[in-house]
Design a protein around this ligand. Structure first.
Ligand code: URA
Length: 435
């Protein structure tokens, strides 16, 4: 491996040539072991941003990142002597995206095993672990042995991914973040899929968000990313498909940690905002299908309480009290509707940034987040609103945060006299990529 000269690899990509498997292995391994300098890797990453990578190169880049760490062994899981199929979901991240919370126990309630190894939020999109940590007693730390036993017993685990899962991706992402090299479809696809493939799931459904609150602002870019990830998963032997879903407006009625848990619990109780319910069901159908369960209607286990029972068991298995009250922020500020009409636009990015300003998100890795902070909106895009009625409620522990949050929301919504015609579909699904 050390025979490969990093400067020649940079030159090859700069000149638009395809890198060999040996070259890719050498630079990824060399970067994590310190023989390829950060400035050399930055230069190569920028060349990749401009020149791209072929399907084979992207698969090799992904494999090299997986090889930098451990892989989780989920083989041979069983319950009552019956083998368990593993199926997971990954979202590229959006504002108010709490779908993992109801979806994981819903799928597990059909006798499947759902290993959700998640991360924490950074910036305007919330992290699943941050949301669940607002439940008193709940812990994100689950050992590999407990992961297997909880999957066998309950079927659902949402926990922190080990630092040893694709550690090269962690180091490369930190470098990409400060060198303007995040925006590359092959690099994003390899980054996400290295962690998902290392997690050992048999099937995977991707929720690739499109719009102002998402990584990918246009449908075409999101479709390219989805295609690249589906190819990587398929080439690695994971049954993979993707739904492309709208993230121009935030999902549901709240963005913030405890606020989103409360909304997820409403969905598990058979209620909740229609868009959250419909997107949960669309992703559930895709996951059940990937696991070979084609003739079931996932709405039945939301209505029948089986998904709620599995949620309670999943939370309790990790030390949480599913019956405990959720924390609430100390202070509230309400923005009212100035004229009657229809909510024609509510910008997802602005709402995400407002929630972050209120304390729901972090600006540096490891920083604390507020459990109760966030934004609630009282109408969805397309719905009628009445002058003087509350449109947005801001929640914060520190009232000094309201000004910055309100500034983020300036110009973020629009009320029109007639009903808008370009509202997102109720289930938010814009397209599908997969077998
Ligand atoms: N999320 C990741 O995990 N990696 C990227 O490169 C972008 C988003």
């Amino acid at each position: 491996m050390s025979a490969v000269d990093p400067v020649s690899v940079i030159g090859a990509k700069r000149d638009g040539r395809e890198l060999t498997t040996a070259q890719i292995d050498a630079v990824v391994h060399g970067f994590t072991s310190g023989t390829v300098a950060p400035e050399q890797m930055s230069s190569l990453l920028m060349a990749i941003v401009w020149r791209g990578m072929s399907r084979r190169e992207t698969a090799d880049w992904t494999a090299a990142m997986i090889a930098s760490g451990i892989t989780v062994d989920l083989s041979g899981l069983e319950r009552g002597g019956r083998p368990l199929t593993t199926v997971d979901k990954h979202s590229t991240g959006g504002v108010g995206d709490k779908i993992t919370l109801p979806l994981t126990p819903l799928i597990a309630s059909y006798g499947l095993a759902v290993p959700q190894l998640s991360g924490r939020g950074l910036g305007h999109t919330g992290g699943t672990l941050d949301k669940l940590e607002s439940i008193p007693g709940w812990s994100a730390q689950v050992s590999p042995e407990r992961l297997r036993s909880q999957l066998s017993r309950v079927g659902a685990v949402i926990c922190a991914a080990s630092d040893q899962l694709a550690p090269a991706d962690r180091a490369l992402y930190a470098l990409r973040d400060v060198t303007g090299t995040v925006a590359s479809i092959p690099l994003i696809a390899a980054s996400i899929m290295s962690k998902k493939i290392a997690e050992g799931t048999e099937a995977l459904v991707l929720d690739v968000k499109v719009g102002s609150g998402a990584f990918m602002r246009t449908y075409d870019d999101a479709a390219d990313l989805a295609r690249a990830m589906v190819e990587l998963g398929t080439d690695a032997g994971v049954r993979t498909s993707a739904l492309l879903t709208d993230m121009s407006a935030p999902l549901g009625r709240s963005a913030g940690n405890a606020l989103e848990v409360a909304e997820a619990v409403e969905v598990l109780a058979g209620g909740g905002p229609r868009d959250v319910v419909e997107l949960t069901l669309a992703l559930a159908r895709e996951m059940l299908d990937a696991a070979g369960l084609r003739d079931v209607d996932p709405a039945e286990h939301l209505a029948g309480g089986q998904a709620m029972d599995t949620w309670r068991a999943m939370i309790a298995a990790q030390g949480g009290d599913p019956a405990a009250s959720l924390p609430e922020a100390v202070h509230r500020e309400v923005a009212v509707v100035s004229e009657s009409g229809y909510l024609a636009r509510l910008d997802a990015l602005a709402v995400g940034l407002a929630a972050w300003e209120l304390g729901a998100g972090r600006s540096a890795p490891g920083a604390a987040v507020s459990a109760g902070a966030g934004v609630t909106w009282h109408a969805a895009v397309g719905e009628p609103v009445v002058a003087g009625a509350p449109l947005l409620t801001l929640h914060a522990d520190d009232p000094a945060r309201f000004d910055a949050a309100l500034a983020r929301l300036e110009g973020a919504y629009e009320v029109t006299a007639t009903a808008p015609t370009d509202v997102p579909p109720l289930d938010r699904v814009l397209g599908r990529i997969g077998p």
